[in-house]
Structures are given as C-alpha cells and as structure tokens.
Design a protein around this ligand. Structure first.
Ligand SMILES: [Zn+2]
Length: 332
C-alpha cells in the first residue's frame, strides 16, 4: 500500500517536472500563456469578483485581463480534455472542485495540481443555496468540501471557495473570514450550463468578455460543450489581445481535522452508493431544467428552514463541535 502510494507520488513529481520543463512554451506566438500571477492573501477572507451583493474586495485585474475558472468537476473525460487545451495554450486556471467529485476521481484532482493549476473548492455535495441552510449545515458543506478535495489532492490546496449557484451571504463570508478562506464570484458567466451548442457558447462567451473587457470567467468542467468550445475561445482571446492572470494562494487552507475524519469515513460509503453526478444534467432543455431546479430549491429551502428552527433551539457552538455532532449523527 505504502509502496503504491510512493509510486504515485514519484509519478506526480515526474509529471510535474516534465510539465515544468515544458514551461518554455512550444508555441508562444499562438499560446495565451500566463501574463502574471496574483497572489491572494486569504487570511482576511473577503469576496472577489463582481456578481455579488456583498461588500467586495477591490479588483486585481486590469482591462483585457482574464482569470479562467472551472466549477463542479472533476469529471475525467471532460476535465482532462480541458487540461490538454490549457497546456496547448501554456496557460493556467483555477478549478473549484466539488468534494464528492474529487473523492470519486482522485487521480484527476491530483493531475490538476500536477499540471500547475490552482485548486479551490465548491462544497462537498453542491447544495444550490447555502445561505438558506442552517449555519451548521452550511459550514459543514464548506469544511467537508475542503477536506475532501484536500484529501483527494494529497497536497496543500488553496483557501479559495466558490458558492454553488453564486448564492452567498454576509454571514457565510464572515464565517470564512474566521477560517482564512477567500470567496470568488465571477465577472463573466459563459452560461455553459444552459448552452449545448458549441458555436453559440463560443460567441456568447466572447461577447460577454468583450462587454466587460475581461474579468473572472466561469466555466464548468462537467460539460462536454465547454471542452469542445474552449480551444476556439482561448484562440480568440489571444487574437483579441487578452491575457491570462493566474490566482495563487499566499498560504494553503488549514483543513479541520474533524472534517477530514468525517470525509474519510464518508469516502467508504460514497464509493458504494454515489455513482451519479451530484445533480442531473441541465442541458439542453432549459425550461425543464429550470423547473427541476426550482423544485429542488423549494425542497432544499424547506429542509433548510426546518434545520434553522432546530438550530435556534440549541446554543450556537464552534464549527469543531458541529462536526463532532454530525459524526455522531451519521454513526449507525
Ligand atoms: Zn457549481
């Protein structure tokens, strides 16, 4: 077991150094590359990007700069294609992975890091409206997501988080500030969750980027159309004089030991039980998808209200105590 683990680590180091050696881009004239790296100090938390009603951090981007971000993966057959496209452009992105997806596809999570990208998280199971859940349940989703992605990566990951559905709240941002976690919303939505046609996704994304003159761009690495459209989108960005900024964390996230213990136990169960993606595909029928989503959110809101009520009956306690609680609750 230990020997196998050491072999994997050796492979990853070799893989990383091969990619490092390829740092001199083979096709610099055509490749987007990385124009600069922005180091984010997440110790004071905060939220970056424009699509949020909360108080935002000042932008770190200049006109015609973009940050490439991918949510909801990893999904091997799509994420790997996206990684190949990014490699061809000698450029780097940030991946906000869902904890249970990372546990299911650990090799891909490790590949994202080994290929020089930044790894953030996007909760454990992708509930669509964290602010409507009880504070305990929401904190649990955030902490278990970091623990799962960190465990799958087998290496330090960034204290970077994206709210599912971009549904944030000042209370949760305050919570994350206490944990030294920065949240990232977006400036440009590619809308790849709803657009199944490659050409339409390319033109819609480029128009949205042009309107804002760059920004943090949201894609999903669980959508095959995204993998198909990305080569043309990146080529067009290069042709129109855009440059890519890579996000890096000043220090890695500190995982909560309780959350790590919990997802380690959960991992055994997920392997047997959860073979489906965390939510149903939402393309190409947008109306059906929207109505399914509304039903899901109503159900979730009902559950959230119930747990909020029970939360008020109990004294608020530390996140660690909350985790202990959930471990006990989930025990048979
Ligand atoms: Zn998402």
């Amino acid at each position: 077991m230990l020997r196998a683990r050491l072999a994997v680590i050796a492979f990853l180091i070799l893989f990383a150094s091969l990619h490092g050696a390829r740092a001199e881009c083979s096709n610099p004239k055509m490749a987007l590359g990385v124009s600069r790296v922005v180091e984010i100090d997440a110790s004071t938390g905060g939220i970056y990007g424009s699509v949020s009603r909360q108080t935002k951090q000042p932008t770190f981007l200049k006109p015609k700069e973009v940050v490439l971000t991918f949510d909801d993966g990893p999904m091997p057959w799509i994420t790997r294609s996206i990684l190949d496209t990014l490699d061809r452009h000698c450029t780097k992105a940030t991946f906000f992975e869902v904890g249970r997806m990372a546990l299911e596809h650990q090799a891909v999570t490790q590949e994202v890091l080994a290929r020089g990208h930044t790894l953030g998280t996007h909760t454990m199971t992708h509930p669509f409206n964290l602010p409507r859940m009880s504070e305990t349940a929401a904190a649990d989703e955030i902490e278990r997501g970091f623990a799962a992605v960190g465990l799958a990566a087998g290496a330090p990951i960034a204290p970077f988080f994206r709210f599912p559905g971009l549904a944030d709240s000042s209370a949760l941002i305050d919570y994350m500030r206490t944990r030294g976690i920065a949240a990232f919303t977006v400036d440009v939505v590619s809308n790849d969750s709803y657009i199944a046609d490659r050409s339409r996704l390319i033109s819609r994304t480029l128009t949205a980027i042009e309107q804002r003159k760059g920004g943090i761009i949201l894609f999903h690495d669980i959508k095959s159309v995204t993998a198909k459209a990305l080569p043309d989108i990146l080529a067009a960005l290069k042709a129109h004089g855009y440059s890519v900024v890579q996000l890096r964390a000043k220090t890695p996230v500190q995982l909560l030991p309780e959350a790590v213990a919990e997802v380690t136990v959960d991992d055994g169960r997920t392997k047997r039980r959860r073979k489906q993606p965390f939510y149903a595909p939402v393309e190409p029928d947008r109306a059906a998808a929207t109505s399914a989503l509304r039903g899901y959110m109503r159900k979730k809101a009902g559950a959230g209200n119930r747990s909020s009520n029970s939360e008020t009956r109990h004294q608020r306690r530390s996140p660690a105590a909350h985790h202990q609680d959930s471990i006990q609750k989930s025990s048979p």
